[in-house]
Design a protein around this ligand. Structure first.
Ligand SMILES: [Zn+2]
Length: 240
């Protein structure tokens, strides 16, 4: 099967894109190109709709990764009629929801700069996100107000965030770039997508981010939970 062109990789701000319906079966619609982000790296899959040009509209309730890196499965509502195959269509995402995911996701990158400990897991939602840190034997105490103040100062700083590609070899030479097991870099394809927030954070990531951290807006630390002796969960959310 031909790979789907991942439009969201180069243009995370695209709210719709022309496409062609390649296949449609219960639970799985595949497109020639897509702006739907498939669930991964703690970020939920996009929702939206696929509209056949001059025809019907088909709701998409979730998006998942298929068998390979470029295989994106658009999940229609259960028992909903399936679209015709081989026709031109317009793919549209629930942009308000996705943009909130992008803001939370980018803020979690900032959080890895504020808390200098390895990340063991994380999750992104529309209104909040969390990272789990392994403090190991590092002399770190996590203070809710301090983390919140640092995050908001970084956000106000308005640094640019942009992806670039590096080779597998470059990544192997800089293992410190990998801060998390959450978004394991897809090595073996010759290149890895490195997300860079100017002067703040660099790490391999295939997710969707805002282009300027100012776009995140004010945030608060909702809670810091203890998950055993060495592990802490930091939960952040929008302040407004
Ligand atoms: Zn990311």
């Amino acid at each position: 099967m031909a790979e789907t062109e991942l439009v969201f990789r180069d243009d995370p701000y695209a709210r719709s894109c022309p496409t062609r319906i390649e296949s449609a079966e219960p639970g799985a619609i595949r497109l020639s190109r897509t702006i739907f982000y498939p669930a991964g790296g703690g970020q939920p899959g996009d929702r939206g709709a696929i509209s056949v040009i001059g025809g019907q509209r088909f709701e998409i309730i979730d998006t998942l990764k298929g068998a390979s890196e470029g295989d994106v499965v658009h999940v229609p509502a259960p028992d909903a009629p399936l679209p015709p195959v081989g026709v031109d269509a317009l793919a549209e995402i629930d942009w308000a929801r996705r943009h909130r995911h992008m803001r939370i996701h980018t803020c979690l990158h900032l959080l890895t700069a504020v808390v200098a400990a390895p990340v063991t897991g994380g999750q992104i939602a529309e209104d909040k996100g969390r990272l789990d840190f392994d403090l190991q034997d590092l002399p770190i105490t996590l203070d809710k107000d301090e983390i919140e103040a640092k995050l908001n100062a970084l956000i106000q700083g308005g640094a640019r965030a942009a992806p670039r590609w590096i080779t597998d070899e470059e990544l192997s030479r800089q293992p410190e770039l990998v801060k998390t097991m959450l978004v394991k870099p897809p090595m073996g394809q010759g290149r890895v997508r490195l997300m860079e927030i100017e002067g703040i954070d660099r790490q391999p990531c295939g997710g969707t981010h805002v282009v300027n951290v100012g776009e995140i807006g004010p945030v608060k630390v909702l809670k810091i939970e203890s998950k055993g002796k060495r592990n802490r969960r930091v939960i952040i959310g929008f302040a407004a």
